[in-house]
Ligand binder design. Sequence first.
Ligand code: 5RP
Length: 258
Amino acid sequence: MDYGMGNRLSRIIKPKDGKTVMLAVDHGYFMGPTGGLENIGKSVTPLLRYADSLMLTRGILRSHIDPKIDIPIVLRASGGTSILKDDLSDEDIAVSMEDAVRLNVSAVALSIFIGSKNEKQGIINLSKLVDKGYKYGIPVLAVTAVGREMTRDARYLSLSVRIAAETGASIVKTYYCEDFEKVVETCPVPVVVAGGKKTSEAEAIKLAYDAVKHGASGVDMGRNIFQSEKPINMIKAVKAVVHKGISPEEAYNSIYNI
Ligand code: 5RP
């Protein structure tokens, strides 16, 4: 692997254990002012010292993140739709690789929508972004299975992550499911798991624990961290589960100092 790409990837997935806790705050690119992110400076800045990387849009990166903070950036590079549309799959590449270089990011991220009417568009966009990324040594993270009516089972998720990896993604983000090890086993690149809609802290921690136990390289978690009543304690708990393998019960108790 090219040095630049390998170096950037190792900033995201930590070489000491091959794991990562990515903090995702890119939701606004199609959801607008998502709950918990209305004032990103206030809600996200205190979490940065605990996250292994930060996934966000260039607008928020430029407006709210101090360039002196040492945190690897995963830049949301796809867009073009909003939650007001029935179909979220009509995305395109929305950021140039030159701007990603200017922002000194460690990876760029793009969603694909396997099975949707814009399936081909997403895959071809991923392919184009990978080509551009290789030019500058910037890896691409493919986000799979976002959408309202998806059956997120192992069969569908394996298909989605494998297509993402075959198209050239260096990391694939997907959802946790039953038989998750089958999803990971058939994917040749690291798989990270999204947190999904806000659930209880106990459930979100268990999700992170189960995902890693069944082969995930970590999580790319958003709402279950920044919408938690105790976001700092929550990200610390998720980190302990992912990097130290502590039990979900111990991690949950640590949030409330039980
Ligand atoms: C949306 C995304 C989000 O980053 C992703 O869904 C992670 O956040 P959450 O844990 O809130 O689901 O890629 O397309």
